[in-house]
Design a binder for this molecule. Structure first.
Ligand SMILES: [Zn+2]
Length: 101
């Protein structure tokens, strides 16, 4: 089997069909919980509620539709934060101008 381009967990065989089925089941509505219920935005991604790398299954019960932004948020939650915290502090002392007195 050729190495898949996915980072950690290869998608199951027939993923395309499963994906379509889940999107249809959820009426293409994002299922991310929000304080008001669910997001409900147009969903184009299918997410493992429990990641396959943590033993989550490919059963419909473990799959839900997500909109693009929410899928991105969920997938990059671990990796994305480290770089944002890396800011160069501007604490170079102001130079004294020798001729200004
Ligand atoms: Zn959403």
């Amino acid at each position: 089997m050729a190495a898949p381009s996915w980072r950690t967990t290869p998608k199951p065989q027939g993923w395309g069909a499963i994906r379509q089925r889940i999107l249809k089941r959820d009426n293409h509505a994002c299922q991310m919980p929000t304080p008001l219920g669910v997001c409900g935005a147009w969903a184009n991604e299918v997410d493992h509620i429990t990641p396959a790398s943590l033993g989550g299954s490919d059963e419909p019960a473990n799959l839900r539709s997500l909109c693009g932004p929410h899928h991105k948020v969920k997938s990059s939650r671990e990796g994305g934060q480290a770089s944002a915290a890396k800011r160069i502090p501007r604490n170079r002392p102001a130079e004294q101008h020798p001729g200004l007195r």
